[in-house]
Design a protein. Structure first.
Length: 94
């Protein structure tokens, strides 16, 4: 991904995160649960894209410890969704 695209994504993420502050606790929970569902619904494509990322990292000479941390599998993604669900169930997410 080009650095221009990354910078644009960072800016969009920052704007979106500020919008979350205006949501009610119930709405924030709904967003977190939707994120968890999206991760699960797209687990195959996430893993495929991640495999490309780890291969590119290896080819560029990144340390194997870095590549291992970068790697995702079904278990790690399910762990992410469990964490999102846990945060969504808390009374105050901020």
């Amino acid at each position: 991904m080009k650095s221009n695209n990354i910078n644009n994504l960072i800016k969009q993420t920052k704007v979106a995160s500020l919008g979350l502050l205006d949501l009610t606790a119930k709405q924030r929970s709904a967003v977190l649960l939707a994120l968890a569902k999206s991760l699960l619904d797209n687990i195959s494509s996430i893993i495929t894209a991640n495999q490309k990322d780890t291969a590119a990292a290896r080819l560029s000479g990144k340390a194997e410890s870095f590549v291992e941390r970068l790697g995702l599998d079904e278990s790690k993604i399910k762990g992410m969704t469990d964490s999102l669900k846990q945060i969504a169930s808390q009374s105050d997410k901020l």
